[in-house]
Ligand binder design. Structure first.
Ligand code: XMP
Length: 334
């Protein structure tokens, strides 16, 4: 008889046994539901022998790094190290506008930062007789849909999208460092992971967060990533999500986001003609994230969001709403 409460006990026992009494585990934590639930499970199993690393690539949302640090360390007591790598990511993203090229660079850069951190942690551990030294395990919050989409989309001719947490990261980490992969959520869907999170005592606010992709805002700029453009998306996203929360709609929506179309449109502000970018808003109904339909807001809600974005976010003079389902659209724009 399978229940979530059973799952927690069985899984914690399995993780303890697998890792052993001295084993050290490393894991990437973004603050998203999946990595947070995986981290909490691992923390319950082995305590501070689990080392969570938050790589800030400069592509997170407004104040997100600070919030994630607080949630994970203060509320969940997880042993977390935050690394600010934004300069390196911005430098490497210069001149790249192709979506797959962006993903590839970000995935690779992510591993570089991660490996350096792993090395540093190992050196630190080696000088501590209480600790075993070697990090042998790598934790990932991979879900069942991640596994499916990565397999089915990687046909012989085409990869639709290379979700960076499923292909490159474990493969190179495994081959380069001999790390063994642990994926406790591999057979679960998102709604099951949320239930598991609640069982583990993670707050509703964290468990209910909309998903956010590993490559972050880079997938929401339809062209080259620059710090100024990231800032536009951040501000627009903040307005949109804040208004969604205030309207009591956040939990009714599967995922909501703002993106930046770098085309420019003519507008008028005061007496002056403007010629600026276009913000795209998207919100979808979905539970499995493999298919989705557009969320149908009251029209006046979107009009109010648009007014605020155009007034408050520099560099933008139009706002458009995306009514495309998945398929044929995807949830992200890239
Ligand atoms: P798409 O755009 O493929 O997105 O319909 C489906 C879900 O996956 C998220 N997503 C990603 N998550 N790394 C991630 O960790 C990625 O590279 C990535 N690409 C998309 C997306 O936000 C949505 O929830």
């Amino acid at each position: 008889n399978w229940t979530m409460a059973n799952f927690v006990d069985i899984e914690i026992a399995r993780l303890r046994k697998l890792v052993g009494p001295k084993g050290q585990v490393l894991g990437a934590c973004s603050g998203g539901v999946d990595s947070t639930v995986a981290a909490k499970l691992m923390h319950q199993a082995i305590g501070d022998r689990f080392h969570a690393v938050l790589v800030d690539h400069g592509l997170m949302r407004l104040n997100e790094r600070e919030q994630v640090q607080k949630d994970l360390t203060e509320d969940l007591k997880i042993n977390l190290i935050a690394v600010d790598a934004s300069k390196m990511f911005y430098a490497g993203l210069q001149g790249i506008s192709d979506p797959e090229a962006k993903r590839k660079f970000i995935g690779g850069a992510f591993i570089d930062v991660f490996e350096k951190e792993a090395e540093r942690l190992e050196k630190e551990a080696a000088s501590d007789p209480e600790r075993a030294g070697k990090i042998e395990w790598f934790l990932q919050g991979t879900l069942y849909p991640d596994v499916i989409e990565s397999i089915s989309f990687k046909g012989p001719s085409a990869t639709i999208k290379s979700h960076h947490n499923v292909g490159a990261l474990p493969k190179r980490m495994k081959e380069g460092r001999g790390l063994k992969l642990i994926e406790p959520l591999r057979e679960l869907f998102k709604d099951e992971v949320r239930e598991l999170g609640r069982q583990l005592g993670i707050s509703d606010r964290l468990v209910g967060r909309h998903p956010f992709p590993g490559p972050g805002i880079a997938l929401r700029i339809l062209g080259e990533v620059t710090p100024e453009r990231v800032e536009i998306v951040r501000q627009a996203d903040h307005v949109f999500i804040t208004m969604i929360r205030e309207a009591g709609l956040y939990d009714k929506i599967g995922q909501a986001l703002a993106a930046l179309d770098l085309s420019r449109a003519v507008g008028v502000m005061g007496d002056l003609r403007t010629y600026r970018h276009i913000v795209l808003l998207r919100a979808v109904n979905t539970t499995d994230y493999m298919t989705a339909s557009p969320y149908l807001f009251e029209p006046d809600f979107l009009a109010r969001v648009s007014t605020r974005i155009v007034n408050e976010v520099p560099g933008v003079c139009r706002v458009a709403y995306d009514y495309t389902s998945k398929p044929p659209g995807t949830i992200e724009f890239e």
